[in-house]
Design a binder for this molecule. Structure first.
Ligand code: MN
Length: 244
């Protein structure tokens, strides 16, 4: 993987915690290396955060300057007050509970958060929001999980003016898409910053002063092809550095 890391920008010494996936029995923890590369290229120090107890989360929070909520399986719908419906995918309850805890604590402590795909959904649930368990069944949209290369652009998103995202990416941008769930009702302290043509929420951000940004696409897979996507990581790492 080190060959794919590429040239690093001026290091700013911000430590970014990256949440990890695991298999259902918890025997292995893992993470796509594209997340690590994107943070490193943006000048941050990536630190992997395997799911664990609240005590572990508190220890992590003493070290990290920013929190990257990464992609993965579905959030257990019981955690936002719904029973599982047909179409719900793989759920790892221990990961959900750990990430909800560390996200709420990071929000409370004012640590910058970048949330990607499942991470954005998790951020929304942490703030009291809900999700569509399966976009195809509940919205009838097949726009969002077409398969193919992870860096291929699948659809466009319309970005709201006056948002952080709009400042970096302009009014419209092409994105990749590998999700079957989406934000339904928005959590507290969040606003919509981008949508796709079928009305699916594609990005959210915090309404406060602290950097809190969620995107439904995978910018970490795009930075080598579409440099504008690098701005997400660059601004995130810069915000984490300022918060030290
Ligand atoms: Mn999409």
């Amino acid at each position: 993987m080190w060959k794919s890391l590429g040239r690093r920008e001026q290091p700013v010494a911000a430590v970014i915690g990256l949440t990890c996936d695991s298999d259902p029995d918890g025997r292995r923890v893992f993470l796509n290396s594209a997340y690590v590369a994107a943070i490193y290229q943006a000048g941050g120090i990536p630190l992997l955060l395997p799911s664990g107890s609240k005590e572990m989360a508190e220890e992590y929070l003493k070290i990290i300057d920013g929190l990257l909520l990464t992609g993965g399986g579905d959030v257990d719908p019981r955690l936002y007050g719904e029973e599982p419906k047909e179409g719900l995918g793989r759920v790892v309850r221990e990961r959900d509970e750990f990430e909800l805890y560390i996200t709420r604590r990071a929000l409370f402590l004012g640590k910058p958060i970048l949330a990607i795909c499942r991470g954005m959904q998790l951020l929304n649930v942490a703030a009291g929001g809900t999700l569509y368990q399966d976009i195809v069944r509940e919205l009838g949209s097949s726009l969002h999980n077409p398969g193919g290369p992870r860096h291929a652009l699948h659809h466009r998103v319309e970005i709201q003016p006056g948002t952080l995202l709009g400042r970096w990416l302009g009014g419209q941008v092409g994105v990749n898409s590998m999700h079957h769930q989406a934000v339904r009702s928005l959590g507290q302290g969040l606003r919509v910053s981008a949508t796709s043509e079928d009305g699916v929420i594609e990005a959210i951000e915090g309404t406060g002063e602290v950097f809190v940004v969620g995107v439904q696409w995978h910018p970490e897979e795009l930075t080598n092809f579409y440099p504008e996507q690098h701005k997400l990581f660059k601004n995130f790492v810069a915000a984490a550095h300022v918060s030290i």
